[in-house]
Design a protein around this ligand. Structure first.
Ligand SMILES: [Zn+2]
Length: 213
């Protein structure tokens, strides 16, 4: 991995890596956990989509993109969908953090790799058929980055959401509504107290604004 880019080769992948790939011309990024043996556990929309075209089932991991929902275990190709492989960094210094794009790294620490793999596998194993082991997907409150962050740290706060709130003016909406995912993952501290999550997000947003000047 170079100093400024998080791009890695597949040979560099290690079980427990939090990986991501940009989609739709950098409009958003999709996140997941590499669990070894060519497989990634990641969280996609839980609601059924209406599709105008059907995509073929993957011959490697048997993922069917037409019906796949929730927490999935797929091959790396199904995760990347033709985009570049990037690795999210933890424990970066404040100096380095200032020079990195948001949503690519964190100054916070993460748990050991085997613990990350264990968490991802545990959530997937809860419901490998319907993928509801992490609750309902919600772009603002329970998304793919929340899932990866939870597996790495045991808590889930999406940098992507902080950025979305800073530009989308949707902060009031999300802070007034209660979380819907506490039943699925009661151990997540951000669900235990929505007010503390709001306070945490405000502090994250403040640090974001101070770092972009
Ligand atoms: Zn596949």
């Amino acid at each position: 991995m170079s100093l400024l880019s998080n791009r890695i080769s597949r040979e560099e992948l290690q079980p427990g890596d939090h990986i991501y790939a940009y989609r739709k011309a950098h409009a958003y990024s999709h996140h997941g956990i590499y669990v070894g043996e060519g497989r990634v556990i990641h969280f996609v929309a839980t609601k059924e989509k209406t599709r105008s075209t059907r995509e073929p089932r993957c011959s490697d991991c048997k993922n069917d993109p037409n019906t796949a929902r929730g927490v999935l275990k797929t091959c790396v190709d199904c995760f990347l969908k033709g985009h570049g492989l990037l690795r999210f960094e933890y424990n970066v210094s404040q100096d380095r953090f200032k020079f990195k794009h948001k949503g690519t790294c964190s100054t916070e620490s993460c748990d050991p790799r085997d613990e990350t793999v264990r968490r991802a596998s545990e959530i997937f194993d809860k419901d490998p058929t319907h993928g509801t082991g992490f609750g309902e997907y919600d772009l603002l409150k329970n998304n793919c980055e929340d899932f990866a962050s939870y597996c790495k740290r045991g808590t889930s706060v999406s940098e992507q959401v902080v950025r979305a709130m800073s530009v989308g003016n949707s902060f009031a909406d999300s802070s007034n509504s209660s979380s819907t995912s506490s039943a699925a993952s009661p151990s997540r501290i951000d669900d235990a107290d929505n007010n503390s999550k709001t306070a945490f997000l405000i502090s994250k947003a403040a640090s974001f604004f101070s770092s972009v000047s």
